[in-house]
Design a protein around this ligand. Structure first.
Ligand SMILES: *Cc1c(COP(=O)(O)O)cnc(C)c1O
Length: 474
């Protein structure tokens, strides 16, 4: 036996390796609302539900009650009075289930063979994962590198009898761009094809965007004809602890297709609305408590802070020579690319910039360039997720963005050969170096991803993470 103090001491020591989750220094992964009492409330709710098994809401009706409350709040927020759905463990699970439901409905309608998902390059990786796990094909439309969005006509041309689902984003994660939801969902509905709006990141912030002082947002929710399902992550702008997303369906038949039920094995009858069997109710409880506590008013107030912070950050980036804000964006996400219209000596590379900004105390997220199906290249960018606490840091952040740009202006990103002589680093060596306290050179890793064929870079990253997470004494 080990004493509780010692156990917790060890955990505290582990946690010292982590990036800060609060305070707005990390502009991805974490969504800090800046209200410690809300975190405390969530912690108490988690503790209260700690022993419950979410597998069976008939044995533990609190699970059904909390979920029903969240669905009720969510369908009002997303303007689908009759929508039904579930709380899942996160955006990826919501996306997987939206695809599973659409696939099963397509099969029930007589579809034979391998159905397709139609989406664009900006659609979240979760849909590629869903296609991979669930045996669907994909048609990935190129986005216009200037606007960050694929035209509605591209989606419409790609529709066919083998299309089980169309996916549009509200907004896309990479560039924060709203897809042409109304045109696409309407055209798909005319052919009897369901449309999923991936509002994993926007779902709990865009509904309040205009009332909180942001620009108007074209309709993207259940008020749009043809929108058949929406995912909206509670653990992003819902400000709940990780492990919660809301998935809603406009139509009860499609909603039913998300379930898995089995009665002919030797054990208890199985009816699973989501991917897991036995599941924790702690994230659900925390999300429920946060939503009860914040309510409409709380979300509107927090969105107001995000709106003001985002405008300030966009203005700051636009004021930096050699950089430009990418795409026809709306909402709290900002992607920044090189301004290729200025002479080379004035250009700022976003990946080098990210490293220089990190030295100034703020962590941006690098996104590698992508060659699209039509051969066009969407250049690499730095991504910023703006949260309520960013508002209090805007001047410091702007200074770091400007200072970082000044430090790397005119510099050219080194090729992957910087990582090793033949341009093919050993992922195991890279992981070992990172584990032994060395900083991971993300700039080089991203430039390597750009240089290698996709399947090769994916294999390399897998080998890297497998090593990084392996027990230390092997
Ligand atoms: C975050 C995100 C997802 C995936 O969600 P996870 O919670 O990370 O699994 C899907 N789509 C969009 C647009 C997202 O921002």
């Amino acid at each position: 036996m080990t004493g509780a103090d010692e156990v917790l001491g060890r955990l505290r020591a582990y946690r010292e390796h982590d990036a800060p989750t609060h305070g707005g220094r990390v502009l991805s992964y974490v969504y800090d609302h800046g209200r410690p009492e809300v975190d405390e409330l969530a912690a108490q709710a988690m503790r209260m539900l700690q022993p419950v098994n979410g597998l069976d809401p008939t044995t533990f009706p609190s699970v059904a009650l909390m979920e029903a409350d969240l669905v009720t709040f969510g369908r009002r927020m997303l303007r689908g009075p009759g929508a039904t759905g579930s709380v899942t463990s996160g955006g990826t699970e919501s996306c997987l289930l939206a695809v599973k439901a659409a696939r099963d409905l397509w099969r029930a309608g007589g579809g034979q063979g391998r159905p397709r998902i139609v989406m664009s390059t900006s659609a979240h990786a979760a849909f590629h994962k869903a296609a991979d796990y669930l045996g669907l094909g994909t048609t990935v439309l190129p986005v216009d590198p200037a606007s960050g969005r694929a035209p509605a006509s591209g989606y419409v041309e790609a529709l066919g009898d083998d299309v089980a689902l169309v996916v549009v984003s509200a907004p896309s994660y990479p560039h924060g761009v709203l897809d042409p939801v109304a045109e696409v969902a309407g055209a798909a509905a005319d052919r009897g094809i369901p449309s999923h709006v991936d509002a994993c990141v926007g779902g709990w912030v865009l509904p309040w965007w205009p009332v909180a002082g942001g620009c108007p947002v074209p309709p993207w929710d259940f008020s749009v004809r043809g929108v058949s399902s929406i995912s909206a992550d509670l653990h992003k702008y819902g400000y709940a602890p990780k492990g919660a997303s809301l998935l809603l369906f406009a139509d009860a038949e499609l909603d039913r297709a998300r379930y898995f039920a089995l009665t002919d094995w030797l054990g208890y009858p199985v009816v699973n609305p989501t991917v897991l069997g036995t599941r924790s109710a702690t994230s659900l409880a925390a999300a429920w408590a946060v939503v009860q506590s914040l309510g409409d008013e709380g979300y509107a107030a927090l969105t107001g802070r995000v709106v003001r912070a985002t405008s300030a950050v966009v203005a700051a980036v636009e004021g930096v020579d050699g950089l430009r804000v990418v795409g026809d964006r709306v909402g709290p996400l900002v992607a920044v690319a090189t301004d290729a219209t200025v002479p080379a000596e004035r250009r700022v590379d976003p990946l080098l910039w990210t490293a220089a900004v990190a030295e100034r105390g703020f962590v941006l997220q690098g996104q590698p360039s992508v060659v699209q199906s039509d051969g066009s290249v969407v250049p690499h960018t730095a991504h910023l997720t703006i949260t309520p606490v960013t508002e209090g840091l805007v001047e410091q952040l702007a200074a770091a963005l400007e200072g970082g740009a000044a430090a790397v202006r005119g510099a050219v990103l080194p090729g992957p050969e910087a990582l090793s002589e033949n341009g093919m680093p050993d992922p195991v060596a890279l992981a070992d170096a990172a584990r032994s306290g060395g900083d991971l050179d993300l700039t080089s890793v991203l430039s390597l991803i750009e240089a290698l064929p996709r399947d090769q870079s994916a294999r390399l990253l897998t080998a890297f993470l497998q090593r990084f997470t392996a027990p230390r004494d092997v």
